[in-house]
Design a protein around this ligand. Structure first.
Ligand SMILES: NC(=O)c1ccc[n+]([C@@H]2O[C@H](COP(=O)([O-])OP(=O)(O)OC[C@H]3O[C@@H](n4cnc5c(N)ncnc54)[C@H](OP(=O)(O)O)[C@@H]3O)[C@@H](O)[C@H]2O)c1
Length: 285
């Protein structure tokens, strides 16, 4: 896979203190991009920033704080970012959680839905003008192959009020929404020279799901088949930088190949309903 020098490009990577996000930030910095590492915890973020600067021997890395469980925090982050930066060439929406128990955010939303999906939706929409004015630019959303397991969509029950909460359901639904959002946004940005793609990094050894005992045991038992974060991040780098996919938009990738969406993911009416719901829940219009 070829990657071009990213000198002079400004990139955001969310969830950049750990796992795939940290590696993505590192690999972008190695390509000479200026990388804004977005994290929710200042202490963990500082540690990751120092390590990444040491490993890459690059100084073009910045740390900014955003907790994607809070829409206020997302808005604050965007307003701080706009004060500091005048362009945004690449946005990598990477942060994500797998939560064993249902929790509500301060906005009254189920946390997996709010963090994994609405966090991408609101951040991207708030940054859209600067992304458009920096075109050609790219938005890369980290999804997961688990989205394909969703057989029925529950836009009327995103909060799991009518159904029993399950970590896997909440997670795979959030990843389905990310893919649907990718398709809709790409369509809306067709004339703007901004590409929007999503991908599954494949099963990777990271901290994902580490608050769930079941996930911890599964990860331990199956760690020998998991990829490294370094390998997983290469997928993000490919979508964020490779000239091979210049202009490719509205596609979901797995192992560097475009994969066809599922019937639900490609349903235009459901995509529009999801967009409307997301606008309503984030007041992002
Ligand atoms: N690992 C896999 O097998 C796999 C497979 C498919 C897809 N993915 C996806 O890959 C992405 C990266 O995950 P990972 O595997 O690298 O896991 P990870 O090591 O746990 O990294 C997740 C990152 O997201 C951050 N994050 C979580 N909640 C946040 C919030 N409310 N606000 C801001 N940041 C938040 C975490 O910060 P803290 O350190 O502070 O918690 C961490 O930096 C996720 O979208 C995940 O769904 C992973």
């Amino acid at each position: 896979m070829t990657s071009e020098s990213m000198k002079g490009k400004i990139c955001i990577v969310t969830g950049a203190n750990s796992g795939i996000g940290k590696e993505t930030a590192k690999q972008l910095a190695e390509l000479d991009a200026h990388v804004v590492m977005v994290v929710r915890n200042e202490e963990k973020g500082q540690k990751a920033l120092i390590e990444t600067k040491e490993e890459t021997k690059k100084d073009s890395l910045d740390l900014m704080i955003c907790d994607f469980a809070s829409q206020k925090s997302i808005r604050n982050f965007v307003s701080e970012f706009m004060k500091k930066y005048k362009r945004l060439d690449v946005l990598v929406n990477n942060h994500g959680v797998m939560l064993p128990k249902k929790q509500l955010t301060e906005n009254g939303l189920e946390s997996t839905f709010a963090i994994n999906y609405l966090g991408y939706f609101l951040l991207t929409n708030l940054l859209l003008e600067i992304i458009k004015s920096s075109s050609p630019s790219r938005i890369v959303n980290v999804s997961s192959g688990s989205f394909a397991a969703v057989r029925k969509i529950h836009l009327d029950d995103y909060n799991f009020d009518k159904r029993r909460y399950s970590l896997f359901k909440a997670y795979s639904e959030s990843k389905l929404y990310i893919n649907m959002f990718t398709y809709t946004l790409a369509e809306r940005l067709k004339k703007a020279n901004v590409t929007v793609t999503s991908f599954s990094p494949g099963y990777t050894r990271t901290n994902l799901g580490s608050t769930s005992l079941m996930m911890k045991i599964t990860a331990k038992l199956s760690s020998f088949i998991a990829d490294s974060s370094e390998k997983a991040a290469k997928h993000a780098i490919y979508l964020a930088t490779s000239p091979e996919i210049d202009g490719v938009t509205g596609k979901y990738f797995y192992r560097y190949k475009i994969k066809e969406p599922t019937r639900i993911a490609s349903n235009k009416q459901l995509q529009e309903e999801l967009w409307e719901l997301s606008e309503k829940l984030t007041e992002a219009k």
